[in-house]
Write a protein that binds this ligand. Structure first.
Ligand code: ADP
Ligand code: MG
Length: 584
């Protein structure tokens, strides 16, 4: 056995570096955050081989005086925090005082800096933890960090690096994230001499979104800004067709810090669930500004995880901001969801704008869309004029052909309209139930024979705790013995509802989310009722029932998507058909 001894400082820093410096992009992130903390209004990131060979970050911030250069690269040395009391309210991006020391322990680092009041600058080199001497150096105001040969002396770490192009992508991603939320600051990033990303200092949030997500998406993003005492929020949500299966386009910020938090992501999914299909994430910019005392960012060395003092309020704000934002969107207007090529913005007198269906076919590139948008505009407005299911021009059930007892087809000018019968019914149910709740409570139909559901004692207790919410939703329950729930009434309009299934849905949800609030229970119940009370795919719907469904569907605040974000209706345009038959 070896004796116990204290590790030397370089090894300590290298161990710490394992947590902070994962790859070149971690270096970029830390150096850009430092530049932002230094009040820079212009930040340049210059990479060679995706940062594997060399990373340079230049800023025009307040600089570091010569006498403090050595301290800056020493671990646990920071100018941003002085006592543990400061930890309670961190306003800067950095505070741990370990990034520079960590980076310098696993690479060759050089810093050249000049403060505004000094005529000359100074420089310092650190080679894999070995600190050199501070020298005079010619420098403009601000700071330059050069990090070369990352992990060169740590082959085990180097091995985990990906191709230079992949690493470059990670680096640019960090520049984009920080550039999105730091208005007033110019950012530039190049790799091997090629410009990868750029925003000017006076570019506003929309311009920044355009640089990051592309102009086509940025144009269609919905904006919502919610000022507030102690907690304010601003959001930009991309159109449904820009949603992705991974969360890479979800950008959540807390006080200027990009954060990634599983629970926050869940709040995002909750907020968008009626517009974005389950399993997809929207393109999203969401910046929260919160009193620093109400959040703890000191959870993880990379500082991307956070803890909130009052989670409910924060998550509630996220969910309601997103819902509010989406409710104002043109995607939620009653227009026909169009499919494929017939995409265009129309400003018809009814205020309806055509919208994309989801998901966009893979052959559809934003560039193609712009190319012939003029032609499409005509087509789409022609279609919009023919298609809307307004009460005035309500289609007759006889116009539809039912395929597989699931899809309803009818020819329309400009193409074929296809409705998913379940999705439409679910949306109709949801909107009607919501209207009844707004008016007081859902109209209830007592059951002649109560439905009995056998449960465990805890399950029964749990459900009885929600009795009031149930009643508001038109579901009357009480205990029938120690382990049986009796359902004595259900919403009058949901003739197809199986109360037992509803109860099972709720128990499942409760198991997933123990801290559910009454509002959440109500929402969840509404969704479950809307779905369980709807005709299913494959169910035969006779003409009379279809006519009534179409009629109810004609007066909805939104009929584009079902309660789960899938489309209710799509239009297969003539152009789509022509493409399918290679006539175009
Ligand atoms: P932290 O950011 O947590 O304080 P760092 O190791 O990243 O720790 O930086 C150490 C210190 O070096 C900072 O507190 C700051 O005083 C100084 N510093 C780092 N980068 C810059 C910069 N670009 N401009 C001015 N000062 C800087
Ligand atoms: Mg820092």
């Amino acid at each position: 056995m070896s004796p116990i001894r204290k590790l030397d400082a370089v090894v300590v820093d290298q161990i710490a570096a394992g947590e902070v410096v994962e790859r070149p992009s971690s270096v970029v992130k830390e150096l850009v955050e430092n530049a932002l903390d230094a009040g820079a209004t212009s930040i340049d990131v210059i990479l060679l081989d995706g940062g594997l060979r060399r990373i340079e970050v230049r800023d025009n911030g307040h600089g570091i005086v010569a006498a403090e250069l050595v301290l800056a690269v020493t671990s646990h040395a920071t100018s941003k925090l002085s006592s543990s009391a400061d930890l309670e309210a961190i306003a800067s991006l950095g505070f741990r005082g370990e990034a520079l020391a960590s980076i310098a322990s696993v690479a060759r680092l050089e810093v050249i800096s000049r403060t505004p009041h000094n005529p000359a600058g100074a420089s310092l080199k650190v080679d894999f933890g070995v600190v050199g001497e501070v020298r005079d150096a010619a420098a403009v105001k601000g700071t330059r960090f050069i990090v070369a040969d990352l992990f060169a002396e740590l082959p085990a770490r180097r091995k985990f690096m990906k191709q230079a192009s992949t690493e470059a992508g990670h680096c640019v991603a960090w520049v984009e994230r920080l550039a999105l939320v730091h208005e007033g600051v110019a950012f530039r990033c190049e790799n091997n001499g090629r410009l990868m990303f750029e925003v000017r200092a006076d570019d506003d949030l929309s311009a920044r979104c355009a640089s990051v997500f592309g102009a086509h998406i940025a144009q269609r993003m919905i904006a919502l800004d919610r000022p507030g005492e102690g907690l304010s929020c601003s959001a930009r949500i991309g159109p449904p067709e820009s949603a992705r299966r991974d969360a890479r386009r979800v950008h959540l910020f807390l006080n200027g810090r990009w954060v990634r938090d599983a629970r926050l992501l869940r709040a995002v999914r909750e907020g968008v669930k009626e517009y974005v299909p389950i399993g997809y994430y929207p393109t999203l910019f969401l910046a929260l500004h919160l009193d620093p005392e109400r959040v703890d960012v000191n959870v993880h060395p990379q500082k991307t995880e956070v803890r909130f003092r009052d989670e409910r309020i924060v998550f509630g704000t996220v969910v309601s901001t997103l819902r509010q934002c989406l409710a104002a969107s043109t995607w939620a207007t009653r227009s026909v969801g169009v499919f494929g090529s017939a995409v265009a913005e129309t400003s018809s007198s009814g205020g309806a704008t055509s919208s994309h269906s989801f998901p966009a076919p893979s052959w559809q590139r934003p560039d193609d869309l712009r190319a012939s948008s003029a032609q499409r505009l005509d087509l789409a407005s022609a279609v919009a004029a023919q298609l809307p299911l307004t009460s005035a021009a309500q289609p007759a059930a006889a116009e539809f052909l039912s395929i597989a007892n699931t899809f309803l087809f009818r020819p329309v000018a400009g193409g074929v309209e296809i409705i998913d019968q379940h999705a439409l019914h679910e949306r109709v149910n949801l909107e009607e139930l919501r209207r009844e709740i707004r008016q007081g409570q859902v109209v209830m139909q007592p059951l002649l024979v109560p439905a009995l559901v056998d449960l465990s004692r805890t399950e029964l207790e749990l459900l009885l705790g929600w009795q009031k919410t149930f009643l508001r939703l038109g579901v009357d329950v009480d205990a029938f013995g120690a382990t049986t729930l009796a359902i004595r009434g259900v919403p009058a309009r949901l003739t197809r509802l199986h109360p037992e299934k509803l109860v099972m849905d709720l128990l499942e949800m409760a198991a997933e989310n123990r801290a559910a609030s009454p509002e959440m229970i109500q929402e969840e119940m509404l969704f479950s009722m809307a779905c369980r009370g709807a005709v299913m795919a494959g169910d035969y719907v006779d003409r009379e029932a279809l006519q009534s469904l179409l009629q109810r569907g004609a007066n909805l605040p939104q009929d584009r998507t079902c309660a789960h974000g899938r489309p209710v209706r799509i239009l297969l345009s003539i152009e789509d058909l022509e493409k399918a038959f290679f006539r175009r």
